[in-house]
Design a protein around this ligand. Structure first.
Ligand code: ADP
Ligand code: MG
Length: 296
């Protein structure tokens, strides 16, 4: 197959692992910087150029679109879809996953449990909004934040109000959640590939923090998931229609809670923690998905 990895930087760990894994499995693999892809749309016809030349003959693309280029990156991905190129994560699914509020709404509708979450716009309503949520501590997060940036803990109602006012002053979209203290600063990253959880790790926040993101200094270790955790992770990815996903779960008193579903989960931490070849699993899934598409 001819496979494109849509990524801004070929030297990123995840990108270069996917390139290697694809080549090892006998494919032609090329990294495509989404910002260097440009496109023409005309009646029933879709073209793409790259650094002055036509891009053609791709069977599949694997999107690794960073949050800073979501809009343009998903437009490029959509153009590939229009050209009949297979992708395990569609442009619509990537866009949905980027929006925490929208994802949580979709997951909750399908019966997935999550930290209770509130969202509101008008300053005069903040007191009642926090009333709807319940007693602090609260977690306030930017709607489109990643890697733990823009995720804050408010221990008191007055701090929640202050942070909300600050975010509003910056015209930022945010959600407010109940703080799940019993998770003890740990979370679970479930790496979903197709119909399987291909790997899972436990991440523990550094001393003094509650955010377990590896970018925030969290420590990763291999973990055995319960049947329920595995099934919640698979259902969450399926509801958002993602073939490749990183589903973050919290272990709570009332069972596993979904925090978010990432459409471009990083490979480095989880491959190191588990010793598994996830890049190889992703390429195998792309082969299978492409075969399904070709038969249809
Ligand atoms: P990001 O997209 O920045 O990773 P997350 O929603 O995944 O945002 O939150 C980052 C981290 O903060 C999580 O991995 C978890 O460790 C911690 N966290 C987030 N929400 C809560 C919550 N409601 N209760 C307890 N810890 C939380
Ligand atoms: Mg996260």
């Amino acid at each position: 197959m001819k496979i494109g990895i849509i990524s801004r930087n070929a030297s990123l760990y995840s990108t270069s692992r996917l390139v290697d894994a694809g080549r090892r499995r006998g494919h032609v693999v090329r990294v495509l910087d989404p910002l260097r892809c440009y496109m023409r749309i005309s009646r029933g016809k879709f073209d793409m150029h790259y650094k002055g030349r036509p891009l053609a003959g791709f069977d599949a693309v694997i999107p690794r679109i960073g949050s800073s280029v979501t809009f343009y990156g998903t437009a490029v991905l959509r153009q590939f879809e229009m050209m009949g190129v297979y992708t395990p994560n569609s442009s619509d699914a990537v866009l949905r996953a980027r929006d925490k509020l929208r994802s949580l709404q979709m997951l909750a509708r399908e019966g997935i449990d999550l930290p209770r979450t509130v969202f509101g716009d008008y300053p005069d309503d903040t007191v009642d909004l926090l009333q709807m949520l319940g007693d602090p501590p609260h977690v306030i997060k930017l709607n489109e934040g990643t890697q733990g940036q823009g995720v804050l803990l408010a221990e008191k109602r007055s701090s929640s109000q202050g942070m909300i006012e600050a975010f509003r002053g910056l015209y930022a979209n945010f959600v407010v959640q109940e703080f799940i203290g019993e998770a003890g600063g740990g979370d679970l990253r479930c790496f979903v590939v197709g119909n399987e959880v291909a790997a899972a790790m436990h991440r523990q926040a550094p001393e003094g923090d509650f955010r377990a993101n590896l970018h925030r200094g969290g420590k990763a270790s291999k973990v055995e998931l319960s049947e329920e955790e595995r099934s919640v992770a698979l259902r969450a990815a399926a509801i958002l229609n993602l073939g490749i996903a990183g589903v973050d779960l919290l272990r709570s008193r009332r069972g596993p809670l979904v925090l978010e579903v990432n459409a471009s989960p990083g490979l480095e931490g989880i491959e190191q923690a588990t010793g598994l070849d996830l890049a190889g699993s992703i390429i195998a899934e792309v082969e299978a998905g492409f075969a399904r598409l070709s038969m249809a």
